[in-house]
Design a protein around this ligand. Structure first.
Ligand code: URA
Length: 445
């Protein structure tokens, strides 16, 4: 077997066998085939696709290319969650303590962000003292004792994905459903959970721009999970504008805390309740989605979710009093107000543009070595669908200096569109599980 035969086979639209796929992944890891041949095969896959079976085999080989994490020491069904990412997506910060307060052990490994605003790890590191590098012993102790821990990915998880993703990034082969699905799911399979709730974002601020594309990706990831013995539920959620009001690390932590107190923005709260409900059902802590939602709402009302958050922060060296006094989080040197240029309806807020403006105030990284300023970012005071008056404040720009605040102001304004129409969409557009696709969010399972 050699790589040229594989490239030719895929070029001619023929499926690759299990042996061929594992030979490819092994050779990528051993660096025995050059980048140009790997890239040629990636392009052939990008153009001609892969069957569900090929995609599951590729994912499995990628998942096994590095360390796999054993969570069997935690009793019960372990549920992971993952989002395809979006501006203002701080769901893990709120949903992890909510789910843990409802009895679901939440053992999560998360990454840092690249581009737009930071990842979950960056957000949590804005809490004074908080440690995301835990020993395995600490991780286990916290989960067994308190049902919650979150750490940065220290192990060598799915190294084949790292290599393939780096090449895809520079060869125009990122937008391929089988390659995206295999990339995401290889890391999820390696992290050892029994069930996975995926949030596939759909809309202008997301990777998948249309529901059709998002459903295809969701189906592919569910199929990979099923063929590898995992229970996957993939939600397709609306992402036509940034999620919630806060964009930027400490500002997002503050918003998550407010949400745990019952004062969160309605879109963000709704998404947390939705994802949390699917997590509780997948982990068999609730019989159906309505019961799960009630449990999560109760965890907010009775303060148990907020207490779980404090316990989690304190376990990992952070100052839990930020939950009572969020002004203890880093505060930006300067806050500039963006005002509406007209009296009209906000018809849209482009997530990508908001994300790029966030880079200007250093709320995210352009390259891995960039240093994030945790205090910076935006508070969107008015969202799409709201009518505003000329001169009305529509956003706060939190920055380290006036110059970057001014630069971000122009970029942020360009993200807003004003007009006569705004189509309100439900947060949950559909979900895919082993039974197929469901469009009714109240569908009891
Ligand atoms: N996220 C990933 O981890 N991989 C992709 O290919 C796309 C998004």
């Amino acid at each position: 077997m050699n790589i040229i035969q594989l490239i030719e086979k895929k070029r001619d639209k023929n499926p690759l066998t299990a042996e061929e796929i594992s030979f490819f992944v092994q050779s990528v890891c051993d660096e025995t085939i050059p980048d140009y041949q790997i890239s040629a095969l990636l392009m052939a896959i990008c153009i001609n696709g892969m069957t569900d079976e090929e995609t599951a085999l590729l994912t499995n080989a990628m998942a096994k290319s590095g360390d796999t994490i054993d969570l069997s020491y935690i009793d019960g069904i372990k549920v992971d969650k993952h989002s395809s990412g979006g501006v203002g997506d701080k769901v893990t910060l709120a949903v992890a303590p909510m789910a843990a307060a409802c009895g679901l052990p939440t053992a999560k490994m998360s990454g840092r962000g690249l581009g737009f605003s930071g990842g979950t790890i960056d957000k949590l590191e804005s809490i004074p003292g908080f440690r995301t590098s835990l020993t395995e012993e600490e991780f286990v102790t916290f989960i067994k004792r308190d049902g919650i821990a979150l750490m940065g990915q220290t192990k060598n998880v799915a190294p084949a994905d790292k290599k393939l993703y780096a090449l895809r990034d520079v060869t125009g082969t990122v937008p391929s459903i089988p390659l995206i699905a295999a990339s995401i799911m290889s890391k999820k399979l390696a992290c050892g959970s029994d069930a996975i709730v995926l949030d596939v974002k759909c809309g202008s601020g997301a990777f998948m721009k249309t529901p059709e594309e998002a459903i295809k990706l969701a189906r592919s990831m569910e199929s990979i999970g099923r063929q590898n013995g995992r229970r996957v539920t993939a939600l397709i959620t609306n992402m036509d504008q940034p999620l919630g009001n806060a964009v930027g690390n400490a500002l997002e932590v503050r918003e998550a805390i407010e949400t745990l107190k019952g004062n969160g923005p309605s879109d963000f709260t709704e998404l947390c309740l939705t994802i949390g409900s699917f997590m509780l059902v997948s982990g068999e802590k609730a019989n159906d989605l309505p019961q799960a939602r009630k449990m999560l709402e109760t965890s907010i009302q009775n303060g148990s979710a907020l207490n779980k958050f404090k316990q989690f922060i304190s376990n990992q060296g952070g100052d839990p009093s930020v939950a009572d006094d969020p002004s203890l989080l880093p505060n930006a040197n300067t806050v500039r107000i963006l005002r509406s240029p007209c009296s009209q309806l906000i018809s849209g807020i482009d997530g990508e543009k908001v994300g790029n403006a966030a880079l200007t105030v250093k709320a995210g990284r352009l390259v891995k070595t960039d240093i994030i300023d945790h205090s910076c970012g935006f508070i969107l005071l008015a969202k799409a669908g709201e009518k505003v008056e000329k001169g009305q404040p529509i956003a706060e720009i939190h920055a380290s200096d006036e110059a970057s605040a001014k630069q971000a102001e122009e970029q942020l304004l360009s993200a807003y569109t004003f007009g006569d129409n705004f189509e309100e969409k439900p947060m949950l557009l559909a979900y895919v599980d082993r039974e197929g696709i469901h469009y009714d969010k109240n569908n009891d399972r």
